[in-house]
Design a protein around this ligand. Structure first.
Ligand SMILES: Cc1ncc(COP(=O)(O)O)c(C=O)c1O
Length: 363
């Protein structure tokens, strides 16, 4: 969709990346550490001082004590964290339960290990049908992958969701891979419910995070994986040969930045204003929003406007209305189409207003 947006000079609300500058302080810190000569390989699990800051952040936010030496690994973005975890824990023939619509990196990573993705559709309001999930669990199930706040729907897990998942996980002895890259982008007074809060899941879970989403720096590709020492030991065996280590000066810079700034605590209200502005300007359109509770994605249903397949409709809007979005059917293996489009609102206010204006002129 991004290529199509460029070709047709359309506003790109398709790909999920923020259009805001990275903090100058953080950029200066990276530069500082480069000039100071920290340009060689970092330790394989990541710089200890960065892992210590992360452990402090987790203790404050999720009231969970994590050992920075044995339970945190710095990865090349969440993508490498997810892949590495799957490569370490999934064997040929193992089944992995995925809730659909699902972020696109999970299924290829499972297939590359010879694993079998077993998909469960979320409900029409994108809540999770836990009895349906349990029905798909078999003796071959190794892992379930969850994502909250959820891309693409913008829904978030409640404590009740974690409770239901916890029951299934403990009953069947499977692992949870929890993708929490949007942990700080959550709205309307809701609190992110990290898997790390749940002591009963501690031995069973791997949580994956990304600095890219938190510091508007998706191109830096720095993230981290939190898991018990036993699971971390296995995960690092894969990380060592996939990536070995992550950009050194950036790790030093992030460690300092985390110590002195907590920019991320205001990220929710920053994006909530964007969501609300976008929703206000889109309200004259013949679309129904499914108000995002988190992430920087807003879904709209166009089913009362047309029954065009969503891929075709997204293409059409890109070419004709000059606004690119993502059709939700691409997040399903069987291309289920409920006539939803996803728009990324991590953009300047003028961009969002202009996109809504283009669409309202056209529809
Ligand atoms: C749900 C989800 N997980 C993981 C990622 C990848 O994160 P990173 O850029 O840190 O690799 C993304 C990026 O869009 C995402 O939306």
């Amino acid at each position: 969709m991004s290529a199509l947006a460029t070709e047709h000079h359309a506003i790109n609300l398709a790909q999920g990346f923020p259009e805001f500058p990275v903090s100058e302080t953080l950029i200066e810190l990276v530069y500082h550490y480069m000039v100071k000569g920290h340009n060689q390989y970092a330790p394989m699990p990541g710089l200890l001082r960065l892992r210590e800051r992360i452990a402090e952040k987790i203790a404050t936010q999720y009231l969970k004590k994590v050992n920075p030496e044995t339970e945190i690994t710095i990865t090349a973005g969440a993508t490498e964290g997810l892949y590495t975890t799957i490569a370490a824990l999934v064997r040929p023939g193992d089944e992995v339960v995925i809730l659909e619509p699902a972020y696109d990196s999970y299924i290829p990573a499972i297939l590359l290990q010879g694993g079998i993705p077993v998909t469960v559709a979320m409900n029409r309001d994108f809540s999770v049908d836990w009895p349906a999930v349990e029905e798909k669990v078999s003796p071959k199930t190794r892992m379930i992958i969850v994502n909250t706040p959820h891309n693409p729907s913008g829904m978030v897990f409640s404590a009740e969701d974690w409770q239901q998942l916890s029951n299934i996980v403990q009953k069947h002895g499977i692992w949870v891979l929890s993708d929490e890259v949007y942990e700080h982008i959550i709205f309307d007074g809701l609190q992110h419910q990290s898997v790390l809060r749940y002591e009963a899941l501690a031995r069973h879970c791997v949580a994956v995070f990304s600095f890219g989403k938190t510091f508007h720096a998706t191109g830096w590709k720095v993230g981290y994986v939190v898991a018990s020492a036993a699971l971390t030991q296995e995960i690092r065996k894969a990380h060592q040969y996939l990536q070995f280590s992550v950009h050194t000066p950036t790790q030093y810079a992030l460690a300092d930045f985390l110590e002195n700034e907590n920019h991320y605590t205001s990220l929710g209200s920053f994006y909530q204003k964007k969501r609300d502005l976008f929703l206000r300007h889109m309200q004259t359109l013949p679309f129904q929003p499914l108000k995002a509770k988190g992430t920087y994605f807003q879904l709209f249903s166009y089913k009362n406007y047309t029954d065009f397949p969503d891929r075709q409709f997204a293409n059409y809007l890109t070419r004709e209305a000059k606004v690119a979005s993502i059709p939700i059917s691409v997040f399903y293996q069987d291309k289920t189409d409920h006539h939803y489009l996803r728009f990324c609102f991590a953009k300047h206010d003028e961009t969002l207003i202009q996109a809504a204006h283009f669409l309202s002129q056209f529809l």
